[in-house]
Design a protein around this ligand. Structure first.
Ligand SMILES: *Cc1c(COP(=O)(O)O)cnc(C)c1O
Length: 399
């Protein structure tokens, strides 16, 4: 029924089963995932970095789009690497039978190092304790671990501090000589690549270049050196090195909204979130709507009930501001978003239970985009798509 293997959304269905599955009509809500758009986004991004290998970042269930189908589509479109945050995500990719190189980077002590080594996953080391754990795992497995070293070039998050880098590099080289690890990559992550002209970009590139020199001097010969996320891939050719690691742009969301929307970068949004109206009814003027009565009808009107709420990932911050296409027009969430549902005021317009409400999509039909939701809720479009809940089936098309 689905091919998501353990990371599946409970309601995931094949496109063949949608929209009217034998098990009872159109789903309450669904996220339609356009894999043709995803493939074309990969092609557009690869064209921006023609000399670099392409790592498709599919962490967090492919930013909410369904990890395995998206990873497969990205590989079909020319990605040769898959990027995961956690080792569990990386292992799930392998469990689903996906080939290609897989890198993961977010470890804590006691993580599944040995399982990753045995599954041929490239693991990231950001500290001495992590090197010790992967070396022990390699020894236990009787295999050479593929290791990438990460420096904190200025983001202030994970990665070894520059003053600790020469030490880590030396220790890694020693383990490499002992046949326990092979250092396949060196990498860093930008802090402000999405802010055009930000002075940190040049500073962090300089820190990274220096780290590469120090690693070379210590005798390391990595296959790939990499730093570029989506904004780097699209706007900073000097950050491409041997490999680029785009995430959000692959899903058709602009990583630098101040420079343009998806179409300006040759991208197309991949996710469309729809729901079927659960109720349409006439109410008199002065009628309060949803918890707290933060919305009160101005006169006699029609209220439509959209059966998705914050449990499905619709932000409660969208109360009174979220945009949605219903009955041919853009409306605004009336009153509070509840756990499972919200209401829109259709004014004098007609609709029927079962009619489609489009929360966001590519925008061609006049529907809002994830970026519109992000603006309405004071967040970024990354969060809008990634937070769509497990209760919403992902239906993959173009597969
Ligand atoms: C999430 C992530 C990416 C992708 O970032 P986007 O801004 O979505 O392109 C790349 N590299 C690392 C280390 C990440 O955590």
């Amino acid at each position: 029924m689905n091919d998501m293997n353990g990371v599946a959304h409970p309601g995931a269905v094949d496109s063949a089963d949608a929209p009217a599955g034998a098990s009872g009509g159109y789903p309450r809500a669904q996220a339609t995932i356009d894999l043709d758009a995803l493939r074309s986004n990969v092609a557009a991004l690869r064209a921006k970095a023609p000399g670099a290998a392409f790592m498709a970042v599919v962490k967090a269930d492919a930013y909410g789009h369904g990890m395995v189908p998206c990873a497969r589509a990205a590989l079909e479109a020319g990605a040769t690497w898959l990027g995961a945050a956690t080792p569990e995500e990386a292992l799930a990719l392998r469990a689903a039978g996906l080939g290609g190189r897989v890198l993961c980077w977010l470890w804590n002590p006691g993580g599944p190092w040995r399982a990753c080594v045995e599954a041929d996953i490239d693991v990231t080391v950001s500290a001495h304790w992590a090197l010790a754990e992967v070396v022990a795992a390699a020894r236990a497995a009787g295999r050479t671990a593929r290791v990438q070293l990460k420096i904190d070039a200025g983001l202030g998050r994970n990665g070894v501090q520059p003053d600790q880098w020469p030490d880590l590099v030396r220790a890694a080289r020693t383990a490499e000589r002992d046949g326990l690890i092979r250092v396949t990559g060196l990498w860093a992550h930008f802090s402000c690549a999405d802010e055009p002209g930000h002075p940190s970009v040049a500073r962090e590139l300089a820190v990274f270049r220096r780290a590469l020199d120090q690693a070379a001097a210590a005798g390391l010969t990595p296959e790939v050196r990499h730093m570029a996320n989506s904004p780097g891939t699209l706007t900073l050719p000097e950050s491409h090195f041997d490999l680029v690691r785009p995430g959000v742009a692959m899903y058709g969301i602009s990583p630098v909204p101040q420079l343009g929307g998806p179409a300006d970068f040759g991208l197309r949004p991949v996710m469309t979130l729809t729901a079927r109206l659960a109720s349409v009814k006439r109410v008199p003027g002065g009628h309060g709507v949803s918890y707290g009565h933060r919305y009160v009808t101005a006169g006699e009107t029609t209220l439509a009930l959209v059966p998705v709420g914050y449990a499905d990932g619709v932000p409660r911050h969208a109360s009174g501001t979220g945009p949605v296409l219903v009955a041919g027009r853009r409306r605004t969430v009336a009153g509070r978003v509840a756990m499972d549902q919200f209401v829109v005021d259709l004014g004098g317009d007609a609709a029927e239970p079962g009619d489609e409400a489009v929360l966001f999509g590519p925008g061609d039909r006049g529907e809002p985009t994830a970026e519109d939701w992000a603006r309405a809720c004071g967040t970024i479009a990354y969060e809008i798509v990634t937070r769509i809940g497990a209760r919403v089936p992902r239906v993959h098309t173009g597969g």
